[in-house]
Design a protein around this ligand. Structure first.
Ligand SMILES: [Zn+2]
Length: 253
């Protein structure tokens, strides 16, 4: 009798350890997959007309960074209106500040303390008066250092400069979120391979887009390639979230 119990005990233990080692660790935990955020800098009209409209078809939301004091044109390209951006916000897009003036001569690491405060504080104030909920900042030209980083903490919860790479959920710096810049030189397959890597390795990939349409500068990405990237996202089934959605809702640790 005692011998039989012992045998059952061993068999039971064996089964338990078999179960333990064969059930994939993350099979029931949806939080343990890659996440993708699509960000758009500058508030160009093409981002409203192409990116927003195409993403709407799939129910994807992104993060848009707009400049508080801009109207009309940027480097010869048409900007969207605040009303366009508001429509995006109403459709669950996140709107962030991309500074007050976006001026290369007066970029954030070069200006006085007073001017820096103004670029961060005033831009947020203007955009909030327009009805935007601003928690996230993207420094123009990715121009960023420790001093600017410390100052942004007074006004924002999250910052996406232009540091290249993936974000690992074990080690996220909300004031220095890494991203990959979708430039003209990349194909949609290149971008798709980044998305696949993020999804298979449980990483958070933030893509950074500028103009969507005719490729005239190194920062443009054609409409065709953009649509192919959306197709890749759909096939891959990766979760799409805005920056604040990821950082507010994801409880990964
Ligand atoms: Zn910019």
């Amino acid at each position: 009798m005692r011998k039989n119990l012992l045998i059952f005990g061993f068999v039971g233990l064996g089964l338990i350890s078999l179960l333990f080692f064969t059930i994939p660790k993350n099979s029931t935990d949806n939080n343990q997959k890659g996440v993708l955020t699509l960000t758009f800098d500058d508030g160009l009209k093409s981002q409203y007309e192409i990116a927003f409209k195409e993403m709407q078809k799939q129910d994807y939301e992104g993060t848009l960074f707009i400049v508080a004091n801009w109207t009309g044109l940027f480097e010869g390209r048409e900007l969207m209106s605040f009303d366009n951006a508001k429509e995006m916000q109403e459709n669950s897009w996140e709107i962030g500040s991309h500074s007050l003036s976006h001026n290369f001569q007066n970029r954030l690491t070069k200006i006085s303390d007073e001017e820096l405060k103004n670029e961060l504080d005033k831009s947020k104030e203007i955009l909030e008066k327009e009805g935007f909920k601003i928690q996230t900042f993207a420094p123009p030209f990715g121009d960023y250092n420790n001093k600017v980083k410390e100052e942004t903490k007074n006004y924002y919860l999250y910052v996406r400069p232009l540091e290249w790479g993936y974000n690992s959920f074990e080690n996220i710096d909300p004031y220095n979120l890494k991203s990959k810049w979708v430039m003209t030189k990349y194909s949609s397959d290149d971008v798709c391979s980044w998305i696949k890597k993020a999804n298979s390795e449980n990483l958070w990939l933030i893509l950074n887009f500028h103009h969507i349409g005719e490729e005239q500068t190194p920062w443009d990405f054609s409409e065709q390639k953009f649509k192919e990237v959306l197709e890749c996202i759909k096939n891959e089934g990766i979760e799409i979230k805005t920056i604040k959605e990821v950082l507010e809702n994801e409880k990964r640790n």
